[in-house]
Design a protein around this ligand. Structure first.
Ligand code: IVH
Length: 707
């Protein structure tokens, strides 16, 4: 980016700016050259700090220069340029992000899991390109959130999320707060008028840890992992919040580059490696470690495999989360010949790393009682660090899981954390037993209320069937207030637990009669927090009917069924008049769900609960926003997707159907109109083939229908 010589000059310029007297900011003639100097100097120090992580200026000095530039720009607004270092600052709340098309679609990557997959792929690439050996370039596969950046006439004009690959959300203002993304770059020097760059927004592992420490200290909710917090931060409505998350962007692809005749210029850059060097020189953060870094360009697949092994070994020590290595054909002409499927380019592949595992001791087992009385065994583990997170418990799911995995108390177990935080017990290591291990004994009575546990023949879960069991009651309240249900933000899980223990909250309707005067006197509570609590409780009275239905906690009734029920009735209590047959006519309601709904509405306690909520002022009517969209293309039609879809993600496909008035279900039944079949469909296809009225179509046919 900067030669030794330039760096020296900029360092000197910094010293000059700091030591000479500030000009009168009103004096435009005097300000002009100073603005120029300040731009150069601040941009240089941003680069040293954010890209190299090797600052050569004190924070106070940087702040002084930054402030100096700002004062001039305020006094002389016409000296404010769009790429001024001051323009990274947050812009306050934005509306919903508008959707913007990508210049070239953002595809996925083909995946390999072992060296032989790479060898097979190499063989097919060589055949396709009619070459004996291919020059590859390898890079870490960053585990963050993908973005696309558009520069026109050297200026950053747009930043967008990946979205569905064809179009994403315009998050330009948020993107501009990332100091690793230059607001301008000299692409004109390389004859480029418009470029679209692709990259990944990530958080440094250490910064992520610190972020969570700070949040813990403030009593805020912890962020689950760097990837989710990067993705979440990019979509913050308030761009000042984005800056808090300390995001950085690695640029890993030049997706499009055109000269002023709008002709593709990638060929002039010759190779992907050369583009990366150009980007490095222009101050972008790239997978390269220096302006001429060539070390990631490798001849032939064996050299690639060897390099991948080295990467796998140093993965933990790498400062950013990575989940594999991306291998690309280096030469742009060859990339072009190889082309792409609708899902991924044929010139690149990702070697995915194994999920990170660790060994530890299963010290004890706690049996937890869930909302529906289900008893879940949870392993208490000797704390161990896996992929950057301290793990001390993991679910053992049910008795069958324990039996299948031959798990005993005191066993050494292998645990895994795949991408996300939820740890999973992969297996036990029986060879490590020393005689002190004990078989897991499942309780026959509820660990909380001591009533006898039951298990119907066909189920695998033991249950406490005492509806009044305190553990169940507490879990039902937690469920009622949760984000997917009534979403009472001021009444989090830990607060419910505390209120429940203190007997301030014993049944769901108590939420609407909380003794606020008493709460205000509790440890950690004050006037402000009580107002917040009271407001969010009051707001929940006006929630949509489907959320209330979710909140009631009817077994097997989740978001989709709740929405359907809310569309079907205008008032909650009508459901009490529906019998199982009528319910089963609704899409996605099978015999089990129908029986659960009927049982719920014939139960005295449930009816009292509804009555009490109603008299507390909770809305039990369908809202206008919940009515089924009328007259869409798929009005009244029911779809099911099975197998791996190539073009669409499941939730995208679902949305496409729902936006057009149709419904998506999860089980094959006579009610189904269309089964959309992806790759490697399973039993659902077989089942559907037996029902004549179901139309079986491919993903491509579905997309055609939608077009
Ligand atoms: S190249 C046309 N290179 O992986 C394909 N992608 O499955 C271009 N990713 O969401 C992708 N690091 O954001 C490429 N060094 C890298 C990458 C990378 C992470 C992400 C990318 C996309 C996913 C593709």
């Amino acid at each position: 980016m900067y030669s030794e010589q330039q760096q020296k000059q900029l360092q000197q310029l910094t010293t000059n700016l700091l030591s000479t007297q500030a000009i009168n900011v009103q004096d435009k003639l005097a300000a002009l050259p100073v603005v120029d100097d300040l731009h150069q100097v601040l941009k240089y120090h941003d680069w040293r700090y954010y890209v190299l992580a090797e600052p050569t200026i004190k924070d106070v000095d940087y702040d002084y220069l930054f402030d100096y530039l700002k004062r001039i720009e305020t006094a002389q607004p016409d000296l404010l340029k769009p790429d001024s270092p001051t323009q990274r600052v947050a812009r306050g709340l934005s509306e919903d992000f508008p959707t913007v098309p990508h210049t070239v679609p953002m595809l996925s990557l083909a995946k390999a899991y072992k060296p032989d997959d790479l060898r097979d792929w190499d063989t097919s690439v060589k055949k396709l390109l009619e070459e004996d050996e291919i020059e590859y370039i390898i890079e870490p596969k960053f585990d963050g959130a993908s973005i696309a950046l558009v520069y026109e006439n050297n200026l950053l004009i747009r930043g967008a999320t990946r979205g569905n690959g064809a179009e994403g959300d315009d998050i330009t203002n948020n993107i501009k707060t990332l100091a690793t993304i230059p607001l301008s770059a000299n692409f004109a020097k390389a004859g480029l008028h418009k470029v679209e760059l692709r990259g990944e927004v990530v958080i440094h592992k250490k910064k992520f840890e610190q972020l969570n420490k700070d949040r813990a200290a403030k009593g805020e909710k912890l962020l689950s992992n760097p990837r989710n917090s990067a993705a979440g931060a990019l979509r913050q409505k308030d761009s000042s919040k984005v800056a808090e998350r300390k995001l950085e962007a690695f640029i890993y692809q030049m997706g499009y580059a055109a000269n002023n005749k709008a002709e593709n210029q990638l060929y002039n850059l010759a190779t992907h490696g050369k583009s990366m060097q150009l980007l490095y020189q222009q101050g972008f953060k790239t997978p390269l470690t220096s302006a001429n870094d060539n070390s990631n360009v490798l001849q032939g697949m064996e050299a690639v495999i060897e390099a991948c092994n080295k990467w796998q070994a140093k993965r933990d020590a790498y400062p950013y989360e990575i989940d594999g290595i991306v291998i690309k054909v280096n030469n742009y002409k060859l990339q072009d010949i190889a082309g792409a499927t609708s899902h991924h380019p044929r010139w690149a592949i990702a070697l995915k790393f194994d999920a990170q595992q660790a060994m530890t001791i299963l010290e004890d087992i706690t049996f937890q009682v869930g909302r529906t009385g289900a008893i879940t065994p949870v392993a208490n583990l000797k704390t161990v660090n896996v992929a950057g997170a301290n793990i001390s418990n993991a679910s053992l799911h049910n008795a069958d899981f324990i039996k299948d995995k031959d798990i005993q108390v005191g066993d050494t177990v292998v645990i895994e954390r795949a991408g996300d935080v939820i740890p999973y017990i992969v297996r036990s290591i029986p060879e490590k037993r020393d005689g002190s291990q004990k078989p897991v004994e499942f309780p026959s009575n509820c660990p909380v209320c001591e009533s006898a546990l039951e298990k119907p023949e066909e189920e695998i879960v033991w249950r406490c069937v005492n509806m009044e069991c305190p553990a169940q009651v507490e879990a039902r309240i937690i469920h009622f207030v949760s984000k997917n249900a009534m979403d009472i933000a001021g009444l989090g899980k830990d607060i419910v637990k505390r209120f429940f223990k203190d007997k301030l909250l014993q049944r769901i309707p108590d939420i609407y009669q909380l003794p606020y005067d008493q709460i205000q006197t509790l440890d950690g509570w004050g006037e402000k927090s009580v107002v917040k609590l009271r407001d969010s409780v009051a707001a929940s009275k006006d929630q949509e009917l489907n959320r209330l239905i979710i909140g009631l906690g009817i077994r097997d009734v989740g978001g989709t069924t709740a929405k359907l029920l809310a569309q079907t009735v205008t008032e909650l209590e009508e459901l009490a008049n529906w019998n199982e047959e009528q319910l089963m006519e609704l899409p996605d309601v099978g015999p089990k769900v129908a029986a659960n709904i009927c049982q719920f509405f014939s139960n005295e306690q449930s009816l009292r609960l509804i009555k009490d909520l109603k008299s507390a002022g909770v809305n039990t009517h369908r809202k206008e926003s919940e009515a089924a969209s009328e007259g869409g293309q798929f009005q009244g039609l029911i779809f099911l997707f099975t197998g791996a879809l190539q073009e669409l993600k499941r939730n995208e496909a679902k949305k496409m159907v729902e936006d057009r008035g149709g419904k998506v279900v999860s089980a094959v039944s006579k009610k189904l109109n269309y089964l959309v079949v992806g790759e490697a469909p399973g039993s659902k296809l077989k089942k559907a083939q037996k029902i004549e009225t179901i139309k079986i179509i491919s993903e491509a046919e579905f997309l055609e229908m939608v077009d």
